[in-house]
Design a protein around this ligand. Sequence first.
Ligand code: PLP
Ligand code: COI
Length: 338
Amino acid sequence: MKNLDWANLSFGYMPTDYNVRCYYRNGKWGEIEVCSDEHIKMHMAATCLHYGQEAFEGLKAYRCPDGKIRVFRMKANAERLQSTCRGIMMPEVPTDMFEEMVKKVVRLNQEYVPTYESGATLYVRPLLIGTSAQVGVHPADEYLFLIFVTPVGPYFKGGFSSNPYVIIRDYDRSAPLGTGCYKVGGNYAASLKANHIAHEKGYACEFYLDAKEKKYIDECGAANFFGIKGNTYITPKSSSILPSVTNDSLMQIARDLGMTVERRQIPEEELETFEEAGACGTAAVISPISYIDDLETGRRYDFGPEPGPKSKKLFETLRGIQYGTVEDKHGWTTVVIE
Ligand code: PLP
Ligand code: COI
């Protein structure tokens, strides 16, 4: 293993030894290539640069206490990428190719998978870009699919601790019939300013209401939202949010724990009835929410300074499955290194 300060890693980029690549040309995918160059040479008129023909994914590999390295829900990430490909006219990356490349890149960089005790993980970042030249607004003919990995610490400083959020009404990250349900770079560009404003005001992250009516909860920054009311896990149904793999897993775990799950529109005012609330995603897993401020109305929805018991239980169960210490009833993990 590399001699890195695993326990103090941030959620940032650190070079590793290899990435894996595959080119799409003449209507088909080529051979998988192993590469040690961190750069891409491409045409200046590539569609990814001008027209945002770009998609990415995010999943993690875990060094587990039993000595194995596991990755979590590769297939779900492959399927979401395929949905994104259909959404912005890119050729679909087949599931078996996606899975083979994830396994390959993790094995090649296994010395960078952080220690179990550190709480850090290896973040796996698949990227698909249109590479051939276009000046008219059309899809590219050629694409590059690559996957790199980088060891990461917690997305929010402090890991599993509660953070404040702020409702931002002046910016939308996506529209109801737009690309919010796809993992394309443009959505993140659209969120940068709102995120900056939230940080400037002292919040961990921005909180979006639905773009059309500004009435229902959409997402918290780059994460899905969930609330807990009694024994019920409630999460938004919206066409403009990313279908989070973490949220899907938490909904299943909640059911397995005997909770009721509701996926529906959540009016902003309902926030006051939740005992616990959290943001969820691969990067943060669960990031409990301490309070959400609506600066326009002056309302504060308070969930307390500490993570609640239901959020804690959901977090521990999900982490346990990811690290192979809780039974993986749904076949979510893949052992990449025995
Ligand atoms: N919402 C957005 C906008 C995201 O970027 C992410 C991160 O991928 C999520 C939600 C959480 O999704 P997942 O749990 O699949 O990582
Ligand atoms: C997530 O994994 O939850 C994310 O939002 C990824 C982010 C770095 C784009």
